[in-house]
Design a protein around this ligand. Structure first.
Ligand code: CTP
Ligand code: MN
Ligand code: MN
Length: 495
């Protein structure tokens, strides 16, 4: 500390005139600049000398560090030490935005006769502080628990982690372990929604849905670039066979497992076995390569044009809406999904049959299976929430989509999976919400409705159990509002 006799104490409130009250000072010429010279390491006599010099040049130099100080001048001291001293409050409290400057800024200003511009080379380096800030940034991802409370775009910053966890989810699903599958899907969705790449597993502390197993996998991938469990799964004969066989349209896990027990592990063995296949499986095997090649957006648009033509021919006024992954903005999909309706309630009855027969007559269908609507609000609605998911008139089909021929001997068409759903206009908003996906987003919406709101949500209706009544809606926004959720647009439902 400066010996008392030499210390000039500025009474608080002084300096409003822009002057420290020192007898040697010239009038304050630079009101935006208020200096404080740090005595520590600089020494009391040098500080007094420099302060006097500054005031002579018309600069305002404070004796105490305060809110008014804009520039702190230091000598022979590290930025981190200065920060620690300022934060201790020993010399008074000041603004955190004050420049922490080396004495070189001061001497240059003296030479120039005015406060010079603050350049990077004048600033004190606060290495420790920078590191602390970097470390502070490391912790702190947070997210609400339900995927329907989060905005998940297609912009995934953690694809190597989500690929690993998705594969484990897929393996669980292929092994009939649905609970584990959902757990991995939830963990995957949380990581998909993060705004930045994860660099350390410690950043994930406190995030929902990330169990010990998922965290172990994430840690291993972050540290070594791959997960041993994922790699072993990929190599496993069982996983490979299940993937190949269930990739046949019409073949589920149960069928694939039965075939594997009978020694069938690939398409050739299946063909050679002479096994009788049902109609969907025959079509699936026949168009295997086409159906396992992702559908592109232009192809989806081409299918949409055909569906529109069908509607115009069989029921003018009926409308078609692209749903599923393409509505969420995906660039490719495993199929194309459409929701058909008519603005007048009741006019949609019989629409599916007419559309399908038009498509068949025009030669656009390689395969189709239509299921009839059996949804009855009074009987099925609230009591059987999950079983009414597919009770619209629904058609699973394989389109014969004309394509530009790119070489001789190539097919002038390709097989594309297309799903058509018809809903009455009164249920349209629910159908739209229920068929836009993603599958996990839908599952989470229903879980939220049931667990948090005592409501039952399906693709037909929303039932409020507390009020014992159905809630009507004509838009997705209204349904989110009933559920007490912020509206999430389709492009942010990619959980
Ligand atoms: N869906 C449904 N009932 C079914 C099958 C599917 O309600 N029996 C819903 C799913 O919940 C999903 C939507 O239909 O929201 C689309 O399903 P699908 O085509 O399988 O998935 P996409 O998200 O479109 O993915 P992809 O792009 O691979 O087709
Ligand atoms: Mn789809
Ligand atoms: Mn589909």
């Amino acid at each position: 500390m400066i010996p008392l006799k030499r210390r000039k104490v500025v009474p608080s409130g002084a300096g409003n005139t822009g002057n420290t009250g020192s007898e040697e000072s010239s009038p304050n010429k630079f009101p935006q600049v208020i200096l404080f010279l740090l005595e520590r390491k600089m020494g009391a006599s040098r500080r007094a000398f420099l302060s006097q010099l500054g005031r002579k040049k018309g600069l305002q130099v404070e004796e105490m560090f305060s809110e008014r100080v804009t520039h702190v001048i230091c000598e022979n001291i590290s930025g981190d030490e200065v920060v620690a001293w300022l934060e201790s409050g020993v010399g008074g409290r000041g603004r955190s935005s004050a420049h922490l400057l080396d004495v070189s800024w001061f001497t240059e200003s003296m030479r120039a006769g005015r406060p010079v511009e603050v350049l990077d080379r004048h600033r004190l380096q606060c290495l420790l502080r920078q590191q602390q800030m970097r470390e502070a940034e490391v912790v702190g991802f947070s997210a609400p628990s339900y995927a329907c409370q989060r905005r998940t775009t297609l912009d995934n910053h953690n694809a190597i982690l989500t690929d690993a966890l998705s594969l484990l989810a897929e393996n669980a699903e292929l092994s009939g372990e649905d609970g584990r599958g959902v757990a991995f899907r939830r963990a995957t969705a949380v990581l998909k929604g993060l705004p930045e790449p994860v660099t350390a597993v410690t950043q994930l502390v406190g995030l929902p849905c990330l169990g010990g197993h998922s965290l172990r996998v994430v840690k291993e991938v972050l540290e070594s670039g791959a997960s041993s469990e994922v790699e072993a799964t990929k190599q496993s004969e069982r996983f490979k066979a299940l993937k190949v066989l269930t990739a046949i349209f019409g073949v589920g896990v149960k069928t694939a497992e039965r075939w594997m027990r009978e020694g069938i592990h690939d398409l050739q063995q299946l063909r050679d076995s002479g096994r009788t296949l049902d109609r969907s499986q025959r079509a699936g095997l026949q168009h295997y390569d086409d159906l396992n090649q992702p559908v592109t957006r232009p192809e989806a648009d081409a299918v949409a044009a055909i569906v529109e033509e069908a509607l115009a021919a069989v029921l003018p006024g009926a409308t078609t809406t692209l749903i599923g992954g393409f509505r969420r903005g995906k660039l490719t999909g495993h199929d194309v999904d459409f929701l058909l309706t008519h603005p007048e309630e009741g006019r949609e009855v019989g629409l599916m049959t007419k559309v399908v027969s038009w498509l068949e007559t025009q030669g656009f269908l390689l395969y189709q299976k239509t299921t009839r609507n059996s949804y009855l609000e009074a009987e099925d609605g609230p009591a059987r929430p999950s079983s009414n998911m597919d009770r619209f008139d629904r058609c699973l089909s394989i389109f014969k989509l004309p394509v530009e021929v790119k070489g001789e001997g190539l097919n002038p068409w390709r097989a594309v999976r297309v799903d058509l759903v018809v809903s009455p206009i009164s249920q349209f908003a629910f159908a739209l919400l229920g068929w836009t996906g993603s599958k996990l987003f839908e599952r989470e919406l229903r879980r939220w409705a049931g667990h948090e709101k005592a409501m039952s949500l399906s693709s037909h209706a929303l039932y409020d159990k507390t009020q014992s009544r159905y809630l009507r809606a004509s838009s997705e926004e209204e349904i989110f509002a009933y559920l007490g959720l912020e509206y999430i647009p389709p492009s942010e439902r990619n959980a």
